[in-house]
Design a protein around this ligand. Structure first.
Ligand SMILES: [Zn+2]
Length: 120
């Protein structure tokens, strides 16, 4: 059983890590998703399936096992956040640089995301 690495658990100073969702090949573990990840899976309200008794995410996003960070396809955040000097900065995946791209700033991560105007 391969274990997850630091970059699957922690974001770097640019707010980036790698998706920790295990991949399978022919029934055997075969590494990790490793797509760019900007945080852990986002919270979703859950509902219960009365037939199976299992709960599921109401937002319909990926609901499998995620040991650490997750890419957007695996339920992780779409917005990347990082510290720019003493302020939080929030950008979208098509970010090039602060001159050309849309960005939000704030004293907190949440404030920066709100200023970016992004709605999940
Ligand atoms: Zn992934």
């Amino acid at each position: 059983m391969s274990s997850i690495s630091k970059h699957h658990r922690e974001l770097n100073e640019s707010g980036e890590g790698k998706c920790s969702v295990p991949m399978w090949s022919g029934g055997c573990p075969n590494g990790f998703c490793d797509n760019a990840a900007y945080g852990e899976p986002e919270f979703s309200q859950r509902a219960i399936n009365r037939v199976t008794g299992q709960t599921y995410r109401l937002d319909g996003r990926y609901d499998g096992y995620v040991p650490g960070l997750a890419c957007h396809a695996h339920g992780g955040p779409r917005v990347r956040t990082f510290m720019d000097g003493s302020a939080w900065c929030a950008v979208l995946p098509d970010f090039i640089n602060l001159q050309e791209s849309n960005a939000g700033f704030g004293e907190t991560r949440e404030a920066a995301i709100a200023q970016l105007g992004y709605q999940p």
